[in-house]
Unconditional design. Structure first.
Length: 260
């Protein structure tokens, strides 16, 4: 069975088109596109990307064109026009490719980038630490010190795929240590490791797509640092980053971009 590449968050009504959302998926305690879909005015259906995943060779598989081509080849409800592409965080890197793939007789879909983020080593290290924090109660002081040492060891490395591979391997070691101490089953351990590897691959692929995202509506949270290519006057809200997709004002701005 082929891997599902889109998840339906809201079905369309009548002859309405489709909104495509690009994100890896929310963390725990973070609002995601499901909340934006629930708040979105209009009748468009909303579908969220499911990353195609990473094999054993992260360096080769973390190719931005591979992600876009797989998503574009499996577009949900292809008979309906894509009215907008809405991205969150690192997902902005895939926006232009998807917009080209979804351009129809009436022109390209609207594009909205929400808290667009440039991916670098600091972000990968932060995500590794966040993934480790999940298991803090089951880690001893030696293991916690080793996590810090790993972050320091890769801090000055410019080879992002190599950083991702190192962090993937170290996260697997942390998970094995913690789940063994906690008595968690093997299948849960494998699932946690695979998801983090997929996330690292998604981030590396995003980092490889450089340059401006043209003609995008930019929405930003209270203090999120924006890439240099962003518009001079983005719609910056007072909402924190983790709550942004749940803010009804964001859904209103997305609707305005679709309607404009």
């Amino acid at each position: 069975m082929s891997k599902q590449l889109w998840r339906c968050l809201r079905g369309p009504e009548g002859a309405a088109g489709t909104v495509l959302a690009v994100d890896f998926g929310p963390r725990a305690n973070q609002q995601g596109f499901a909340r934006l879909a629930a708040n979105l005015p209009g009748e468009e259906g909303v579908h969220l990307t499911v990353p195609p995943g990473i094999g054993t060779d992260l360096r080769a598989d973390a190719d931005p064109d591979r992600y876009v081509e797989k998503w574009a080849a499996a577009l949900p409800e292809p008979e309906r026009p894509v009215r907008a592409i809405v991205t969150f965080c690192a997902g902005a890197a895939f926006a232009d490719g998807l917009r080209r793939a979804c351009t129809g007789p009436d022109g390209p879909p609207a594009l909205v980038t929400i808290d667009p983020t440039e991916v670098g080593g600091a972000l990968l290290r932060a995500e590794f630490v966040a993934a480790t924090e999940t298991f803090r109660a089951h880690l001893d002081e030696r293991m916690l010190a080793e996590v810090t040492a790993v972050c320091e060891a890769v801090a000055d490395t410019d080879d992002l795929p190599a950083v991702a591979e190192r962090l993937r391997d170290e996260q697997r070691r942390v998970v094995e240590h913690a789940t063994t101490r906690a008595g968690m089953p093997e299948h849960l351990r494998a699932m946690l490791c695979a998801r983090f590897a997929d996330y690292l691959g998604y981030l590396v692929a995003a980092a490889r797509r450089t340059g401006r995202v043209e003609h995008a509506t930019v929405i930003a949270s209270a203090d999120h640092p924006l890439p240099a290519w962003c518009a001079d006057h983005p719609s910056r809200l007072t909402t924190p980053h983790d709550e942004l997709l749940g803010d009804p004002r964001v859904a209103g701005l997305v609707h305005a971009a679709i309607s404009g």
